[in-house]
Design a protein around this ligand. Structure first.
Ligand code: NAP
Length: 335
């Protein structure tokens, strides 16, 4: 990117919403710049699908496709049509003037007539002291079974999965490939997961469920050895010996960098100005995917809203929403 370049559209994120927005924007000759995020312990470019094994509900793949391959292909398709990619994180978005100014963790300053935010969401933790300590030290606590479950340390162990949604079912089922036994720990007496995924988990002989149970402590010095559990009805406490703990208790939208810019709801999700539109409270800034969708949260709906955001950005630019549309791609530095 040259310093004074003004982009037509900067797309922040690298999941299905971001790559679909890029594909549409690129084919509309907007020469989009995707800021795909830098790899960290919690997130890698490509987003949550990078932590999924088989995706069986994305149309067009009758035999299923891995999350990683799906993201690789979406990125390749966007790049084929003049999408540029920057591997960095956006840390601030300035909306007081025009063009918008986006600053990266690496010190770049990007200026753009329009912005699509597609930064998705990240895993939640229980917030227990030893959970955090062991998660950070590689001590057998993880919020991503698909990333870490195949590690030798978890082989033939009793592993615990906390949660009662589709993620918990999926992760528990996945872990049975390596574990001696998987115990799903759920705070209520019924799962919120879909019937098909619940049935698959409950029918698996390697999966047990601890109903009405919460984790109150994580035990172990260098590596997890067990959990302290509490029955939510009787209040009784007990210990469960485990060799791994996997959290699957939902996600938080990645919107911390947007504070005091676009309107967010009480959970931090971006609020769109109208239903069936992706424009945010700031004209020229659009939102797509899990960062604005606490309800569906599917790859296919994320891709759909990515398409919507790019079409809206294109129309907004074409109708003079920004002062003028750049004639040609202004920047060159890409990965
Ligand atoms: P989710 O549906 O929000 O479920 C989170 C689960 O964690 C709930 O069962 C919740 O319990 C429990 N929980 C939350 N906070 C907790 C805490 N502090 N302590 C103990 N338990 C806690 O999240 P998700 O399973 O990640 O699914 C998110 C979305 O992705 C859903 O729409 C889901 O359908 C979708 N998804 C789909 C697939 C697939 O189709 N292959 C796979 C994964 C996810 P309560 O039930 O008591 O609230």
């Amino acid at each position: 990117m040259t310093k004074d370049a003004v982009e037509n559209v900067v797309i922040v994120g690298s999941g299905p919403a971001a790559w679909t927005a890029a594909l549409y924007a690129a084919r509309a000759r907007l020469s989009p710049l995707v800021v795909e995020g830098a790899p960290s312990r919690e997130m890698i470019p490509g987003g949550q699908l990078m932590f999924t094994t088989e995706v069986e509900n994305y149309p067009g793949f009758p035999d299923g496709v891995t999350g990683q391959l799906l993201m690789e292909r979406m990125k390749a398709q966007a790049v084929r049509f003049d999408t540029r990619v920057l591997t960095d994180d956006i840390v601030t978005v300035e909306t007081s003037g025009r063009p918008f100014v986006l600053r990266t963790a690496g010190g770049d300053e990007l200026r753009s007539r329009s912005v699509v935010i597609a930064t998705g969401a990240r895993a939640n933790w229980l917030g227990l002291e030893h959970e955090q300590r062991l998660a950070q030290s590689g001590g057998g606590v993880s919020a991503c079974a698909v990333c870490d479950g195949a590690l030798p340390a978890f082989r033939e162990k009793v592993l615990a999965v906390v949660g009662g949604g589709d993620s918990a079912m999926e992760e528990a089922t996945y872990l049975t490939k390596f574990a001696r036994k998987v115990v799903i720990i759920h705070r209520r007496d019924e799962f919120r997961a879909s019937t098909i995924m619940t049935e698959k988990a409950l029918q698996d002989p390697k999966i047990d469920v601890a109903w009405n149970t919460v984790v109150t402590d994580v035990l172990g010095d260098d590596f997890i050895t067990g959990l302290r559990l509490q029955d939510t009805i009787s209040g009784e406490e007990r210990e469960l010996e485990v060799g791994g703990l996997f959290l699957a208790i939902g996600h938080t939208p990645n919107t911390a960098f947007l504070r005091n810019t676009v309107e967010l709801d009480e959970d931090g999700y971006i609020v769109t100005a109208r239903s069936w539109r992706t424009e945010t409270s700031v004209p020229g800034i659009f939102a797509a995917g899990d960062v604005m969708d606490p309800y569906y949260r599917q790859a296919v709906t994320a891709a759909g809203t990515g398409c919507m955001a790019a079409l809206e950005a294109e129309r907004w630019l074409a109708h003079g929403g920004a002062a003028a549309r750049a004639e040609a791609s202004p920047a060159a530095s890409t990965s």
